[in-house]
Ligand binder design. Structure first.
Ligand code: ADP
Ligand code: MG
Length: 399
């Protein structure tokens, strides 16, 4: 049994030589720690021609961006590796390939995606990947359908729910999405000019009841194996290719949480574009974001329905019309969770590059205000927005 120790760059090279699955392990010579994330160590392993060949990722026993004062389970490396392996099985074209993991060392080896770019960075620059929305929708439909009760045998499904019990990572989501932004909490961080708007969230009964419902369903609705954190910083894109990484929040939860997180991050970018680009480019970028949202939702729901018609194993769930009825529930959840993503990224602690890159402070504050008000509108209106066209109309209405 290998006992946990934090890897140095040299350890990562040795590990990749042993478990990297490359044809010429002795050619691996050096590692660079490239983790820009909040939580873990990520090493790129280079060969003697200075080409990066594989990636070694290791969990630390605490939250990296906070320090040892915030301890965090090492089991998240197992959960991340196993979630990605399960998703790869159902959607290899859009999931990073994890080739090896070790639960004791909390380490995994995966394919190197240096030929791709993190989507968030591209969205901030105004770069457009016209196929990306459809590819995200495809990833969501394939991974979520094939890990749901529509597809898995009831015994297998329950065993999978047990294998993916992830209480510590879920607790982070439960706190950061559904508690902190709606109370006065020291972790919250937002512009002082928005104090009265933020305070108004704390006493809005209809909003607090809707958020309680979303949190309750996050606790209770074990619908499918979620990625659990599918934002634009967990998605690599290239021309015609898209790969999802970083699934340590994976657990069985409500499908709308993943779909809502994905479109929520597109809407964050939508709100920020006027602060990031010149007016004409920003207007064009916004149309592209709405078209991305449209593509994610359409591809997700049409593929999920198609899979349900072809492959549902359970006799009751296979009854014509049931899958479409279930997708209406998923859609309401999607809009609500999308709203909570907009609010937790602006009022809560987990801020993103889309806002941070807006240089002008007044403009940044206005973009954050827009994001918070759109988030609130979506949470409150979730039961009354019939489809993606109605969603896009609401977004346009909100400015
Ligand atoms: P964390 O769990 O700490 O958020 P991530 O999995 O998001 O870590 O990885 C952090 C960064 O490391 C990513 O933003 C990306 O730049 C880089 N990275 C992660 N996985 C790969 C990979 N397979 N290939 C290339 N770069 C990667
Ligand atoms: Mg990350």
């Amino acid at each position: 049994m290998s006992q946990y120790r934090t890897f140095t760059a040299a350890d990562a090279v040795e590990y990749a030589k042993q478990f990297g699955g490359v044809d010429d392990p002795s050619a691996l010579v050096r590692a660079e720690e490239i983790g820009d994330g909040n939580l873990n160590l990520v090493f790129k392993i280079f060969d003697n021609q200075d080409r990066s060949r594989v990636v070694v990722k290791q969990a630390l026993p605490y939250v990296r961006c906070v320090g040892e004062s915030w301890p965090l389970t090492l089991d998240r490396a197992r959960l991340e590796a196993q979630t990605l392996i399960a998703h790869y099985q159902h959607c290899p074209q859009h999931t990073v390939n994890v080739t090896h993991y070790d639960a004791e060392l909390a380490v995994m080896v995966m394919e190197d995606l240096s030929s791709h770019q993190i989507w968030r960075g591209e969205l901030v620059k105004g770069a457009y990947y016209p196929q990306a929305g459809r590819q995200v929708g495809e990833y969501l439909a394939q991974t979520l359908f094939h890990t749901s009760d529509f597809y898995l045998h009831p015994h297998k499904k329950k065993a999978e729910v047990a294998r993916f019990i992830n209480p510590e990572m879920c607790e982070i989501t439960e706190d950061l999405f559904f508690n902190d932004p709606f109370i006065d909490h020291e972790r919250n961080k937002y512009p002082a000019a928005l104090e009265s708007l933020v305070v108004s969230l704390r006493t809005d009964d209809a909003l607090k009841i809707a958020v309680a419902g979303l949190k309750h369903r996050f606790f209770a609705d074990a619908e499918a194996l979620l990625h659990g954190d599918v934002h634009s910083g967990s998605i690599f894109v290239a021309d015609n290719s898209l790969k999802v990484i970083d699934a340590e929040f994976g657990y069985f939860g409500p499908i709308g949480f993943d779909v809502g997180s994905a479109i929520g991050n597109l809407l964050i970018n939508y709100c920020c574009l006027p602060g990031l680009l010149a007016p004409r480019e920003a207007a064009e970028g916004r149309e592209r974001r709405l078209s991305d949202v449209h593509d994610v939702v359409n591809q997700f729901s049409s593929r999920f329905l198609e899979l349900a018609q072809e492959k549902t194993t359970d006799v009751a769930l296979a009854y014509p019309g049931y899958a479409a009825t279930f997708l209406q529930k998923v859609w309401r959840d999607t809009i609500g969770y999308c709203g909570t993503e907009l609010i937790r990224r602006t009022v809560g602690m987990s801020h993103v590059a889309d806002f941070k890159n807006i240089e002008d402070e007044v403009m940044r504050t206005e973009c954050i205000r827009h994001c918070i008000t759109l988030g609130r509108t979506l949470i409150l209106a979730a039961d009354h927005i019939s489809d993606v066209d109605a969603l896009i109309a609401r977004i346009r209405q909100a400015g």
